[in-house]
Design a protein around this ligand. Structure first.
Ligand code: PMP
Length: 443
């Protein structure tokens, strides 16, 4: 709860700066009331159908079953997979749902060790360490890597977990313009050379933090350019691959594979296990020395209960399918499918006149709404037509840069995608968010 009068003035000022929004006396109510008083699917309790790869969800307060266009289930491993699920059930029987112990005190099973080796091999680094949650991986690891006297240079659109880790570290933080290697270089030059404000030697360590695919933008990191700047200034790189690992690259190995970067050039690779692998948890993959340092010093590794064994088994099985080690080509087909699905959906949205953000091949596909009041309106109208999409706005984005975010899965069929597009197009007309000219068909 804020002092509402003050917030109202501020919100109205923000509205005034945006030409797309006509200001009315009740603009404040338009923004908050729909969100607060009529929760939609994303604030509601939802049920999943375990046998349809998380493709649909069901609101417990309504009877509708919706096409799910908002899940991070990029490869469709999230439910009832023919290879993963029986193995997960076996691991549940053997190890139970929790180790009820920390890694260093009886919570270290063979599964945990196997997954750490597998993750390292999968991402192309010498070693890896697991954590129970992706969010905690960033927020707890960054302070274990760098502290007071260090300098973090962070992309302006990095995820909240990175921001909280950076703040907790006590290091000095500078923010570079989103995905702008030239601005990164400018900041590094200021910090390193010329002695202003400090010489390179004055910083104990410098860490540049980026994401593989930006979660609110759907945009690929300009990794080759960023790496060449980091190499030039001899600083460490940290990349969060939450939305790219498993989902992009010829064999699902993420943005390094997609953009032709040697994983050896990224010092610290972070990823979540809650998206492409259909589980939960996070990892850091790096040199043996860095991983050993984290195992010995990171409090969340030493004092936090280890990852749930069935969750570990889920990732082991999903990675084996992707690697083709289940003896089939299902993994390769899933990766080809998510690319086809993503590129098809993106180009259709563009043809319809939506202002779509992000790059080809990215399964994260936001399109702009701008007006905060239109976001819940859009998602609610879609729900009425049994399509669930995620509205993302303030504070995850600037107040007037609200958007709808679609996440595409390999488990969506062409019919699913066409149905989703029809509904989104109709609702886009209804709510008035097709900002770009519609491409004319050539006759
Ligand atoms: N990093 C990024 C870029 C994310 O988008 C997210 C969550 N969506 C996380 C980290 C946190 O991961 P998890 O949800 O698995 O805790």
């Amino acid at each position: 709860i804020f002092g509402f009068g003050h917030l109202r003035d501020w919100v109205t000022r923000q509205f005034a700066e945006d030409r797309r929004i006509s200001i009315t006396d009740d603009s404040f109510d338009c923004f908050w009331r729909p969100i607060a008083s009529k929760p939609d699917a994303w604030f509601d309790v939802v049920e999943r159908y375990s046998n349809d790869s998380n493709k649909t969800l069901h609101r417990t307060t309504k009877t509708s079953r919706c096409l799910n266009l908002g899940s991070y289930n990029y490869l469709g491993f999230a439910a009832a997979d023919e290879y993963c699920t029986p193995r997960v059930i076996e691991s549940l029987k053997k190890y139970s749902a929790s180790t009820c112990s920390v890694r260093v005190d009886g919570g270290n099973t063979k599964l945990h060790v196997e997954l750490e080796e597998l993750v390292a091999r999968f991402v192309g680094k010498p070693a890896a360490i697991l954590f129970g949650m992706g969010y905690v991986t960033n927020s707890a690891i960054i302070p274990a890597l760098i502290g007071k006297g260090g300098l973090i240079i962070s992309d302006s659109l990095n995820h909240n977990s990175i921001v909280s880790g950076a703040r907790a570290s006590g290091a000095t933080i500078r923010v570079f313009e989103h995905n702008n290697p030239a601005h990164l270089e400018k900041l590094l030059r200021e910090q390193i050379s010329g002695g202003q404000p400090r010489t390179h030697r004055a910083w104990k360590k410098i860490l540049v933090i980026v994401e593989g695919i930006y979660s609110m933008e759907g945009e690929l990191c300009k990794l080759p350019e960023i790496i060449s700047v980091c190499k030039k200034y001899k600083v460490y790189t940290y990349m969060d691959e939450a939305h790219s690992i498993g989902a992009v690259g010829k064999t699902g190995r993420g943005v390094c594979e997609l953009l032709g970067v040697d994983p050896a050039d990224v010092d610290i690779m972070m990823g979540t296990l809650s998206k492409s692998f259909g589980s939960s948890g996070g990892y850091i993959a790096a040199s043996k020395e860095i991983i050993q340092h984290l195992k010995l010093t990171c409090p969340s590794h030493i004092y936090g209960t280890s990852m749930s064994p069935p969750a570990v088994q889920q990732v082991i099985s999903a990675m084996k399918v992707i690697l083709g080690e289940d003896g089939t080509d299902r993994g390769a087909k899933k990766i080809a499918q998510i690319r086809d699905n993503s590129n098809f959906f993106r180009s259709e949205l563009q043809k319809m006149g939506f202002e779509v953000l992000g790059d080809n091949d990215s399964p994260v596909m936001p399109f702009m709404v701008y007006n905060p009041a239109k976001m819940p309106a859009f998602s609610r109208e879609c729900l009425k037509q049994n399509v669930a999409v995620v509205p993302v706005g303030f504070p995850a984005t600037p107040l007037l840069l609200g958007r709808i975010r679609i996440c595409i899965s390999a488990s969506h069929s062409r019919e699913d995608l066409i149905k989703g597009l029809e509904v989104i197009s109709n609702v886009g007309d209804l709510v008035g968010i097709k900002y770009l000219p519609v491409e004319q068909e050539e006759t």
